[in-house]
Design a protein around this ligand. Sequence first.
Ligand SMILES: Nc1ncnc2c1ncn2[C@@H]1O[C@H](COP(=O)(O)OP(=O)(O)OP(=O)(O)O)[C@@H](O)[C@H]1O
Ligand SMILES: [Mg+2]
Length: 224
Amino acid sequence: MSEKIIQIHDVGKTYHTGKIDFEALRNINLEIEKGDYVAILGPSGSGKSTLMHIIGCLATPTVGSYFLAGKEVSKFTSNDLAKARNLYIGFVFQKFNLMPQMTVLDNVSLPLLYRGIKTEERRSKAKEVLEQLGLASHLMHRSNELSGGQQQRVAVARALVTNPEVILADEPTGNLDSKSGEGVINLFNQLHEGGKTVILVTHDTAVAKNANRIIQIQDGTIRV
Ligand SMILES: Nc1ncnc2c1ncn2[C@@H]1O[C@H](COP(=O)(O)OP(=O)(O)OP(=O)(O)O)[C@@H](O)[C@H]1O
Ligand SMILES: [Mg+2]
């Protein structure tokens, strides 16, 4: 039976900067089933990252409701948001967002620290995921000593280490050469094949075609 992991109803997001209000998203309706593979495509400034931040529990909508795994996230406190994020979401950012001075192993262990898992177990779990992603020989490198493609694989490992239901990737290939980009997209394809829910933001229609479903966003609304 299909299960709706993400349910977004009439969501809007307005940013207040000084005296100016900017409506970055309006009337967003979106339902995503467990195991789905969705690409979000749209021009710069159309609201893709804003939507991903809402889905990823990094931000709350100004209006409307958002249910993640049946729980109403739109009413969460910032503490609840952090918990939901840690429990359900693996987020991969365009600019990797790794801790540059920390080792690869420590970067990937970090989400498990927030879960209160002991050092030994954190390290062995992080090592296992990094080995699966072909980074076994770089565990003790600092993340700023790696290539872009390697850093993005570390970021994917960090997103996967908690075994989240939903993987969100905001332009994960935006800063990569085409070969590294292909490698990273292959990782997402494999995650989907393994049963994960994958949501990918991209400018690139060729990348979007890997998904089962493409959602086009323009001026803060979904094009139908
Ligand atoms: N924190 C913020 N404060 C004010 N305005 C914001 C903020 N974040 C985003 N915006 C505005 O909201 C709109 C949508 O931004 P968003 O980052 O979601 O676009 P995007 O589709 O991800 O673009 P890109 O492809 O360039 O990453 C933009 O006009 C942007 O200037
Ligand atoms: Mg963006």
